[in-house]
Design a protein around this ligand. Structure first.
Ligand code: CTP
Length: 410
């Protein structure tokens, strides 16, 4: 037993870590790991399978982490009324260890019949699985195929080590050292949190330009693409501000600011872009607004024929591009076009002084406004052109961020 805790990689320090402990003899080694992570400033929470509790007691984990270890679906307390989703939602990295053949099989099938498999299914963060079992079980095609399934879904699988096994044999199946487990977790975190330390501002929804106190000029924008971008950036470690005209569910790491008009949006963005790394204007900003806003509800009897005098709304992106604070901000616009996607997007990219623009075809009914799906093309000021094939808005958000990240300044 090491006297000093294993060194904790920089990427893991201070993170929220969920340790999912399954029923293998190596379960006791997780106490050391939980202790090392806690000492490195991580907030560590443990969930155990029923079998794991036969090998090690929940109080051991509570002792080293300071948090009660969850042992069942129905052990909810005030903080975790739904333990099966709470930990998956809360964690920034999940480690399942020692992963037995049984828990691996259940995870590969997408089962959620106990707390540990339910948390795995609900996890939004990188998941690392560290198998440990008898050498004969380890080499069975059933186990290897299940691990391949998990790997194909983005789970990081740590290979077990060769050596002395509890069965008395020498073979492959030992749980790797705490240092190796933490290195695998750090690797998973590194690639997933590529926006850590970055500030991202996203706009969403259509602006509402008032006619009178009860009516406005709006548009069909649902705000879904902007919301997908905001949540994707937050899931990748960014601090995100979402300036939106429509309500969205709460999401960890996203600060929501409600605005109504283009003027409100511009005023808020002027403040929010200070110190930001990326601005994505996914909002559908109105181009015209009533020149006067009636102070009272316009009544039918008042006017047999209502004419609205509309004045142009200045371009928000162009206005922001002129702000000194926008200097280091990577500016991304959206262009909703009915035809000549590339040519019109390229013209807007240049005219608005953007770093990139995402263009999509609004004549298509299966993508864009209100849909869960989108499709388009992304053009960059550096001349690059990327096709974005039909995919969910969340997938597109991640694809867009994949393309932005390598272009960010340090
Ligand atoms: N935009 C803006 N301010 C406006 C209008 C649009 O900042 N007053 C932004 C949008 O948020 C989007 C991009 O500019 O990111 C392109 O919007 P779009 O409506 O396609 O462009 P317009 O400049 O309005 O051109 P047009 O309506 O003539 O196609």
């Amino acid at each position: 037993m090491p006297l000093d805790p294993a060194p904790v990689p920089e990427e893991l320090r201070g993170l929220r870590v969920a340790l999912l402990v399954a029923g293998g003899i190596a379960a006791y080694k997780l106490v050391d790991l939980a202790s090392a992570l806690t000492q490195a400033g991580c907030s560590v929470r443990v969930a155990m399978t029923a079998s794991a509790t036969r090998f090690i007691g929940a109080p051991s984990f509570q002792g080293v982490t300071g948090n009660p270890a969850l042992t069942g679906m129905w052990a909810g307390d005030a903080e975790a009324p739904e333990p099966h989703v709470f930990l998956g939602d809360w964690a920034q990295v999940v480690l399942l260890a020692p992963a037995t053949a049984n828990v691996i099989a259940r995870a590969a099938r997408g089962q959620s019949d106990d707390l540990v498999t339910a948390i795995l299914l609900a996890a939004r963060c990188p998941v690392v699985v560290a198998p440990a079992m008898n050498d004969a079980m380890w080499v069975k095609p059933a186990v290897q195929e299940n691990l391949k399934i998990l790997g194909g879904r983005g789970v990081v699988v740590v290979q077990p080590e060769a050596g002395h096994l509890a069965s008395g044999h020498a073979g492959t199946g030992r749980l790797p050292s705490a240092a190796a487990l933490m290195e695998a977790m750090a690797g998973a975190v590194r690639s997933r949190y590529d926006l850590a330390g970055r500030r991202v501002v996203v706009t969403a929804g259509g602006t509402r330009e008032p006619i009178d106190p009860v009516r406005y000029i709006g548009n069909y924008s649902s705000g879904k693409m902007g919301f997908a971008l905001a949540t994707a950036a937050a899931d990748r470690g960014a601090r995100v501000t979402l300036v939106t005209t429509v309500a969205h569910p709460d999401h960890r790491g996203v600060e929501v600011r409600h605005v109504e008009t283009a003027d409100d949006m511009l005023a808020d963005l002027r403040v929010q872009i200070r110190g930001a790394d990326i601005l994505v204007m996914a909002a559908a900003v109105a181009d015209f607004r009533p020149a006067q806003r009636a102070g009272h509800k316009i009544r039918r009897e008042e006017t047999p024929h209502l004419e609205l005098d509309l004045e142009p709304i200045p371009d928000l992106l162009a206005a922001l591009a002129n702000e000194p604070e926008a200097g280091g901000v990577f500016m991304v616009g959206f262009a909703a076009e009915g035809s000549d996607l590339d040519a019109k997007a390229a013209e807007k990219l240049k005219r608005k002084g953007l770093h990139a623009i995402v263009a999509n075809d609004i004549s298509r009914r299966d993508i864009g406004f209100g849909s869960e799906y989108n499709e388009g093309v992304m053009l960059f000021a550096d001349g690059a052109r990327e096709t974005l094939p039909r995919m969910t808005k969340r997938e597109m958000a991640d694809r867009i961020l994949d393309l932005i990240v390598p272009r960010l300044q340090d």
